[in-house]
Design a protein around this ligand. Sequence first.
Ligand SMILES: Nc1nc2c(c(=O)[nH]1)N[C@H]1C(S)=C(S)[C@@H](COP(=O)(O)O)O[C@H]1N2
Ligand SMILES: [Mo]
Length: 402
Amino acid sequence: MAELGRRQALGLIGAGAGLAAMPALAEALVDLRLPGGNGARPTSGDFPHKGGMILQRGRAPLLETPLDALDGQVFTPNDRFFVRWHYSDIPTAVDVRSFRLAVGGAVRQRLSLSLAELLAMPRVELAAVNQCSGNSRGLFSPRVPGAQWGNGAIGNAKWVGVRLRDVLDRAGVAPGAVAVKLGGLDKPPPGAPAFEKSLAIDHARDGEVMIAYLMNGAQLPLLNGFPLRLIVPGWYSTYWIKALDRIEVLTAPDTGYWMDKAYRIPATPGASVAPGAKDFPTVPINKMLPRAFFTNLADGAKVMARSPFYVRGLAMGGAHGVARVDLSMDDGRSWHAAPLGRDEGRYGFRLWEATVPGQPAGEYRLLARCTNSAGQTQGAAPIWNPGGFMRNAIESLAVTAA
Ligand SMILES: Nc1nc2c(c(=O)[nH]1)N[C@H]1C(S)=C(S)[C@@H](COP(=O)(O)O)O[C@H]1N2
Ligand SMILES: [Mo]
């Protein structure tokens, strides 16, 4: 890529995209079929660099990816990729000439890196699923507070950027460093804590965590973190700081709100507690779990009786690659392996497909279950925790043959 051309392209987007007048025009309704009801959501195609998205909230934007944008492809198109911001004061333009990434704290030498300097560093490429900790929260029962996402707070992209390790090494991590704190250009309202997250120093330096400037071969949409975002393969996207503009090396654990109070899960197997439980020990949310989704048929689909029908979907292994996807039509008594598509990287999505033999008229329930290469799999019983985090129960698809 010609560096000058690259910078001009960045400049164009940075200058041109006006998010100031954030639209919220409803175009059509989608029913997320949430167990607690109220699953109808408008869709909107009016957000910059975004096509049709499920509108969960306009300000700060929460845009969910519709099922059709996940169907039949491993990489989720940038213009359909979900969006989640905590605070409404988000960057609406970025001046790519004056933008700097600050690296400070316990380092030998503070850095202030321009985009040109970052683009000149060794580049790495990786496919990785970006999934909100609260993806599928709307399916929690009993219901918990927070965005009532269906299954679409998830996407997979090919990310290109630089290793966080290389940036840290350039600054020189000082002895005694224990963590790395990251923040972006979005601003909290007065009195609220900046959205900042931390990684343990060894994790930050593992050579996989990266600072991405390309998403599926293009610059990141502003809403997905232009010009730079952190990629933490296998971990929930709360750590994937968007519009990343500062990195601070810490010599004591981060006790900020977003690590110490928010995004914590029960320190129990499967992050599950009895509904309504409080006052249990917690840990910061961390690695993702395997999941499999149906994408070509929606729950409640009608198929022809006695005719074979085709199902397909996506699977992710979480912090490990997808080893297998199995389907069941008898509530999990027997399972049948579904052929997998090409392996595009162990942190990414994997396609799976199957042809279901023709069935007599009636109602059926298909189950899909992913197992990862570490042997982790999905359970039938849904978990519960008050944050509505880490749902990975086996998905089912109700089908009527008629
Ligand atoms: N700067 C910044 N980065 C952020 C957030 C944020 O509010 N501000 N939200 C995080 C959370 S909780 C999620 S789910 C992902 C969403 O990434 P996306 O909008 O690109 O899909 O961004 C993460 N990075
Ligand atoms: Mo999230």
